[in-house]
Design a protein. Structure first.
Length: 404
């Protein structure tokens, strides 16, 4: 065969293989495949963080594990060496650029669909003097929706005001202060995160609330709460390996559900987060698919919670991310040629659970003898989850009663 003909065949073969490789790569790098790869690491990280937050707050809190997972993943965009490896071992975020782009699409759609019920604003503030690389700022804001602010840390009061203004704007004024001027002293990078959720049920609860007693997990009265009630068809199931009966309450958005975990008697509500390591959200939803919704008489507190978590560095350090907070060994060459490290990582989360829904009135069914009773008159855990991504958007424990 002629020499040029052989070369043409080889070239054709290489081009064909490259084309099929690109097509296969694009096929595998889809929103669906990205979700399959992201669900497990996001869930495992969330459950482990919830265990630690529960311990630090005496099991009465609300927290967004997804926000912390995204912040650490965004920080990893500029991390190198051992620092990057530490973050990755904990977050297990995908390192492929195409999959990260798919994540950004997923997040944008999620924020769009939930713009009424959920407000979130995450900020990474870096000292201007660090000459931050423009590519890092662009990638973080594009991929994760996190605002990167380059501020004058030598003017701490001004810097604090700028961060708080961004937070206030992002949460619709619900959270207006998350950092203070002294947070900007002797540091070059801080991370702040604010989240707000207000319940909007697909079907509202009755507007008639009653004051009822609230008990400890041992059955001792510890206070009173404003109880709201609804009788309707709900998915509910017992999960012995979790140690709780789990009720699903549909929110206004078709993709958002509130899962309420009512522990078995004498079980601490915070223990549920340890037991959740044995299962996944998909298992809970699959159980609901196998069992039809049934008539349930739901009685649960109307409540508001706000939790400020300022010791996130200690909690992520406990999980294995240690170097990012140490000036001498943190490696962030993807952020700046100068030595960069994080000194502050905070989150403020606010939740408002009330009787309101998207319809104009509560369509409670008449109480029947065959209705299953679900009464949250003792400490319980809860999650606000997205059924499409399996992301735990918010989670917490309600254990300190109050009348709202």
């Amino acid at each position: 065969m002629h020499k040029h003909a052989k070369m043409d065949i080889k070239l054709f073969t290489l081009v064909t293989l490259w084309t099929y490789g690109v097509l296969a790569y694009e096929y595998h790098c889809s929103t669906r495949s990205a979700l399959l790869l992201l669900k497990r690491p996001a869930y495992e990280f969330s459950v482990k963080m919830l265990q630690r937050v529960s311990q630090e707050t005496d099991a009465h809190f609300v927290y967004s594990p997804l926000s912390t997972w995204l912040q650490l993943s965004a920080l990893a965009e500029g991390a190198t060496g051992t620092t990057f490896k530490e973050i990755w071992r904990v977050t297990k975020h995908h390192r492929n650029k195409c999959f990260k782009r798919q994540l950004s699409i997923i997040l944008r759609q999620l924020n769009k669909d939930l713009s009424y019920e959920i407000r979130r604003r995450s900020v990474i503030a870096i000292d201007k003097l660090m000459a931050v690389k423009k590519n890092y700022v662009r990638e973080v804001q594009k991929l994760y929706g996190i605002r990167v602010l380059l501020l004058e840390f030598n003017e701490p009061m001004k810097a604090a005001r700028q961060v708080n203004d961004v937070i206030e704007d992002g949460t619709g004024g619900v959270i207006d202060q998350i950092v203070y001027y002294d947070d900007f002293m002797s540091t070059v990078l801080i991370m702040s995160d604010a989240n707000y959720f207000r319940s909007e049920w697909r079907i509202p609860f009755s507007s008639d609330t009653t004051i009822q007693p609230f008990y400890s997990h041992k059955g001792l009265k510890i206070g009173d709460v404003s109880m709201m009630n609804q009788i309707g068809n709900y998915h509910i199931a017992d999960f012995p390996h979790i140690g709780a009966t789990v009720l699903e309450i549909p929110c206004a958005s078709h993709r958002i559900k509130m899962l309420v975990f009512l522990p078995k008697e004498n079980l601490w509500a915070s223990e549920i987060f340890y037991n959740l390591q044995r299962t996944r959200l998909t298992s809970i939803f699959n159980m609901y698919k196998r069992q039809p919704a049934r008539l349930v008489n739901v009685t649960m507190p109307k409540f508001k919670q706000r939790t400020e978590i300022e010791n996130l560095p200690e909690l992520v350090d406990d999980m294995g991310i240690k170097r990012i907070f140490k000036p001498k060994i943190a490696e962030f060459k993807g952020i700046s040629k100068f030595d960069v490290y994080a000194s502050l990582m905070t989150q403020t989360t606010d939740i408002d659970v009330n009787e309101k829904g998207v319809s104009a009135y509560a369509s409670s069914l008449a109480k029947k003898d065959n209705a299953t009773e679900f009464i949250c008159n003792r400490p319980f855990a809860y999650m606000i989850v997205d059924k499409i991504t399996d992301f735990i958007l918010f989670a917490g424990v309600y254990s300190v009663p109050s009348v709202v």
